[in-house]
Design a protein around this ligand. Structure first.
Ligand SMILES: [Zn+2]
Ligand SMILES: [Zn+2]
Ligand SMILES: [Zn+2]
Length: 253
């Protein structure tokens, strides 16, 4: 499978509106980050979106994506679901399948009531919600996915394990049943907001502690704030085998 990092920023995106810090003014393309989302392309050309934030239209146009087969959602914060309506033009021939926990499904129904009202209005996005549960593996189009519990401050959300690699975003805490499942992966993708602590996202030191405890062959950091510093400068803080992801980065998993 090919994984494309569509966006690697925290909820503000980078540059941050109204900010002129050195990161937001940087001309290094790796310092320009859209809201956090990734695209998995399977060997037979199916496209799975991990989260669907408010930048999804620009992200899919940039990648030349013509179809989305499923969307898997970590949690219902705006920076992870705010682009679901933009999938409407990809849903005309058949509904887009969305996999999420029951609380997230309830939030999506509240956020986009017109998609679930039963109305026949012709241009409504056709979104089909499927309920998933932590630690209950499911399979779609030949890809086995295990949702796992992580905590986003006090909010229980999910990360995803795909055999030999995993995706965890917006976590502050990775509970021990999940930690056990993350051991010795080929690739771990995990959030790291900034250097200073934060109540609802791991900072760099906390993310590096998790990485050290589960020993992936390679780790990529996502969901960064401009307060992490410029990509090139911040990368000097990282141990071997850990890298900041950046928008458009593609890896084989
Ligand atoms: Zn987020
Ligand atoms: Zn800034
Ligand atoms: Zn969040």
């Amino acid at each position: 499978m090919l994984l494309t990092f569509l966006g690697t920023a925290t909820s503000t995106g980078i540059p941050v509106l109204g900010c002129d810090c050195e990161v937001c003014r940087s001309d290094d393309p790796r310092d320009s980050r859209l809201r956090c989302s990734s695209l998995i392309t399977t060997d037979d050309g199916k496209n799975i979106l991990i989260d669907c934030g408010p930048d999804v239209r620009a992200q899919l146009l940039r990648e030349g994506v013509k179809s989305i087969d499923w969307v898997i959602i970590t949690h219902s914060h705006y920076d992870h679901v705010g682009g679901l309506d933009d999938l409407r033009t990809l849903s005309y021939s058949r509904p887009v399948d969305i996999y999420c926990t029951d609380d997230v499904a309830a939030d999506i129904r509240r956020q986009l009531p017109y998609c679930f009202s039963g109305s026949n209005y012709p241009n409504i996005p056709k979104l089909q919600l499927h309920i998933i549960e932590p630690y209950k593996e499911f399979e779609t189009c030949g890809v086995r996915i295990e949702p796992v519990r992580v905590f986003h401050g006090k909010l229980p959300i999910v990360g995803f394990i795909f055999g030999n690699w995993a995706y965890v975003t917006d976590a502050t805490e990775v509970p021990s049943p999940t930690l056990e499942l993350l051991h010795n992966l080929d690739v771990l993708i995990i959030n790291a907001l900034r250097i200073a602590p934060n109540p609802t996202h791991m900072n760099l030191a906390e993310a590096l502690d998790v990485i050290k405890s589960v020993s992936p062959r390679q780790a990529y950091l996502i969901h960064m704030s401009h307060q992490m510093g410029r990509h090139e400068d911040a990368s000097r803080r990282l141990p071997p085998g850990v890298a900041f992801a950046y928008d458009n980065l593609k890896i084989t998993v």
